[in-house]
Each structure stands twice: as structure tokens, then as C-alpha cells.
Design a protein around this ligand. Sequence first.
Ligand SMILES: NC(=O)C1=CN([C@@H]2O[C@H](COP(=O)(O)OP(=O)(O)OC[C@H]3O[C@@H](n4cnc5c(N)ncnc54)[C@H](OP(=O)(O)O)[C@@H]3O)[C@@H](O)[C@H]2O)C=CC1
Ligand SMILES: O=C1O[C@H](COP(=O)(O)O)[C@@H](O)[C@H](O)[C@H]1O
Length: 517
Amino acid sequence: MIYENKQETAAEGAVYYLFGATGDLARRKLFPALFSLYKEGKLADNFAVVGLARRPRTNEQFRSDVYDSITEFCRYKADDTELWNRFAEHFVYMSLDIHNVDGFRQLNALSAELDAKFGIPGNRLFYLALAPELFGPVSFNMREGGLLESAGWHRLVIEKPFGYDLESAKKLNAQISQVFKEEEIFRIDHYLGKEMVQNIEVIRFANAFFEPLWNNRYIANVQITLSETVGVEERGGYYDKSGALRDMGQNHMLQMLTMIAMEPPSRLHPEDIRDEKVKVLRSLRGYSSSEEVRRNVVRGQYAEGTLKGKPLVGYRQEDSVAPDSVTETYFAAKVFVDNLRWAGVPFYIRTGKRLPVKTTEVVVEFKNMSENVLFARKHDLSPNLLVIRVNPMEGIYIKINAKKPGSDNAVQPVAMEFCQSCMVGINTPEAYERLIHDAARGDSTYFTRWDEVAAAWAFVDRIAEAWREDDSDLSFYPAGTWGPQKADQLLADDGFFWWPVNGQEEDNVIWVTNSSK
Ligand SMILES: NC(=O)C1=CN([C@@H]2O[C@H](COP(=O)(O)OP(=O)(O)OC[C@H]3O[C@@H](n4cnc5c(N)ncnc54)[C@H](OP(=O)(O)O)[C@@H]3O)[C@@H](O)[C@H]2O)C=CC1
Ligand SMILES: O=C1O[C@H](COP(=O)(O)O)[C@@H](O)[C@H](O)[C@H]1O
């Protein structure tokens, strides 16, 4: 959704402080995003990037790291030497331990030099690609070091996870709120930067086809799948304490659910949109007992298996994972949004690592027309579907029923497809490009506000609490399969099934069925 009256303009000149500049996120996502923005003219020429981490680096070494990252991960290549040199000139590195306040004073002095050199009006964007326990200390030291005294605006961009539960998130928020105002805090959920997630609002609110049907009268269920083929890889230290529920559920999955379920905002303004999203999060029906959690939420952990012929170890055999870990690498849940629009409509959400395909999809399954005397009783009608493909394929398709050519009146399901990522000339911006650009323009639409984060934790905490009491419901699924069978049962109990997602084996695709209620 485009913020009302907002132009796709270049961001105002600013110093970008990249804390964690030697880390994985900076290398894989942030440097490439900055280069793409620069190449597309979305960064004004008066900017500077200061890379910050403890490791020593010269400016030259740092620029060389940035170059390597762009070569490996950016959708544009840095093969135009003149452009690259102009871009690289804006990058400097300073070795800094975030606990050392004197280092921040030196950083402040460096910032004044950069302002003068590049004509930057004192604007400061602090990007914390750091472990969350450092967010509080780094914010205090920015203030102590004088970095917030410059003439322009000051914005803090922070990465997920925002806390471990509601209590820790509140503490974290209290710390950063002593230094920054809510409107200066940009909490990243990179799924909100994905083109097709942003497209959900347009598809819903700009089409006469959908909005009138977008309620419990016509929709049977909604399915949200975020499946990954990757395992935990080298992130075991973090992931083993987090698990799928906190890593993907509390943030990306619930954020996508809010985009599907929210009421139309009164204006396309960040606060109006976020007001509607938080209402959805507050309407999530909390599970009232541990028993109810077990009935509605399935968790699993991948065991040894094979994916595309490649043998894979189980989660417990991964480096930096406890050999008796009960951390879930998969979860599926049945969720209800208790409001007038959605009463009685189940939202099934699932995510997992080491599943057969990498895909993010939303399937909206419409109710069958029970009063349809012409076709429903004579033919095995398939429900209409609207499928929003988020990644890696981007697009939408609609499944409708049509006459089978050559038959008397036989009905068959057919798909109408719009594949955005197949269109020649479309080079979709990466989520991080969009989000850095938005933060630099002060647009917080696609960042999570504190009340959203808190409401999401409140919902997730109930599940985590039940899981802590007893882990006997943890199932093990072979790597390369679709997770625990109990997740299928979750839908089967309601007369539904998971619709095959993009890339799933053709053999499994069930097109003509009437197993839905
Ligand atoms: N990697 C990813 O794909 C994603 C990461 N995130 C989040 O982003 C954040 C960063 O993740 P990631 O890049 O993977 O982590 P890494 O462990 O790869 O990087 C951490 C960075 O922090 C720096 N650092 C650590 N301690 C200090 C300190 N005391 N003072 C200054 N710098 C310090 C390290 O540099 P040095 O050792 O040189 O000091 C390093 O640059 C985390 O919150 C993570 O959850 C979120 C989504 C995806
Ligand atoms: O935030 C995270 O997201 C990635 C998946 O992101 P995607 O854009 O590749 O779909 C996930 O692998 C990671 O565990 C999680 O921290």
C-alpha cells in the first residue's frame, strides 16, 4: 500500500549507522539493498554509511567486503566502475564495542565530519543488525555519545526478534523508549517488505470481485504456508532457543494474517493501517487451556531424511543444537479471529524448516454453493480458491469451475493465473530495499508498532506456556516431508485439507474434490 500522497522519491540525505556491519545480515541483505537503492536513484547523493562492529577493518577492507557482498547477493552487479566508486566513497568503517561510550563520542565527531563532507543535514538512521540484548545498551550510548543532538531527524531501525516473550519484549521496549519516541522506532518484519504481502491490500480493497465476498458468509477457511527447505544451518545458537513459533509465527505469520483479516483503514496512512492490524491481533481467540493448545496447535522437529535425493541430518545432529533439543522446527495452528467478519472461519497457519519446497502462499478457500441445484448436487464441484503467491514465485491465481470442453455438462476446475515474477522486465525489489527506503523517508506503514508486537506475543505466549509444561506432543518428521501428519488431521477434522502449494509434487495435486464443507 502506498502511503497517501507519498511519491517514490529519493530519501533525504542521512548518515546510516550499520551496527553489526561484519555480520551475516549486513552481508546478505543490507549492503545489497543499499546498492540497489543507490543504483535506482532512491538514495540522495548526500548520504554516508558508517559500518560499526568490534572487528578491526580499514575503510578499504570494509568497501571490499561490501563489494563482495553485492557481487554475491545483489540483484544488480557492481560492474559499472564509475558508479561503484561513487557509491563506495560514501562508506566508512569504525571499530566500536557498543559498550564503550567513548567510542560513541568519537563516532559523533566522525558524524560531524561526514555531515560536512557530504552536505548531510544532521539526519541519523541507526540500523541495529545486532543481537537484541544489545538494543538497550546501544541506544543509551548513542544518547550519551551525543549522537542524538544533531539538527535533523533520528530513527532507530531494529531487527527481529523483538524479545523472547511478552515480558522480555516489554523490558526491551521500555529501554529503547527511554531514548527514542515510538514514531522514531522502526521494527523490521521483512515479510512486510515483500511485494506480494503489500499487494494483499490492493487485491482486497481495489477489486469489486473480492471485498464483498471477504467474510464468513463466503469464505470457508484461509491457509497460510511458509515452508522452507533450509535447515537451521549455522544459526543453531539462536534458533534452538527460539523455535519456529517465535522465529516465524509471532512475526511473519501473524503479520500476514492481519493483512488478510484487517478491516479497510479509513485512510492509507501508517497509523490508520496499523490501528486496523492491531485490532485483528487483539481479536485472535486465545487458547484457554493447555489442552486446547494441544488440540489446535501441532509442533514437530525434523529428523534425518532426504531432500531432492540429498541425505540430511536431523535437527538434533546439527551443530550448536542440543542433542536432546525439544525445539520445534515446524508448527501448524488453527486460529480464529473473533469478530463479526470472521466468526467461525478457521485460519490454518503452518511453517517449517526442511520441508520439500520453499514457498510462501496464502490460499483463500471459498464456500461451496450449497443451494446450487444446477450443479452442486450433480457434480463434484471444487471450491473456488484465491491463491496469493508471495515467494519465490510472485503472483495470484484464481481457481474456478468451468465446463469441460466436449462434454455435455461436466464441470472441471480451471485456473486463471497472473504470474508477476514471470513478467519480462519486472525486477522486484528485495524486501530490505523497500524497508530501508521507507525508514529513510519516515514511512512506518510496513514496520510493526509496539502494540502489534505486544498483542502478537500475548497470543504466542499461551502456546509456548503449554509447550513448556509438557513436550510429549512434539512429533518428529523426516527432513524433506511435509511435517507431522497431525497437521493434516487439524484440517481433516473440519472437513478440509491443505491445498497443494506451488512446487509441490503434481501427483499430490487434488483438483477436483468436494471434501470441503
Ligand atoms: N542473518 C539473518 O538472515 C537475519 C538476522 N536477523 C537479526 O539481525 C540481527 C543480526 O543478525 P546476524 O547478522 O545474523 O548476526 P551475526 O552474528 O552474523 O552478526 C552480529 C554482528 O554484531 C556485531 N557485534 C556483536 N557484539 C558486538 C558488540 N559488543 N559491539 C559491537 N558490535 C558487536 C558483530 O561484529 P563483531 O563480532 O566484529 O563485533 C557482528 O557484526 C539479529 O538480531 C538477528 O536475529 C533477522 C532476520 C534475518
Ligand atoms: O526471519 C526469518 O526469515 C527467514 C525466511 O525468510 P524468507 O524471506 O527467505 O522467506 C527464515 O529462514 C529465518 O529462520 C527467520 O529468522
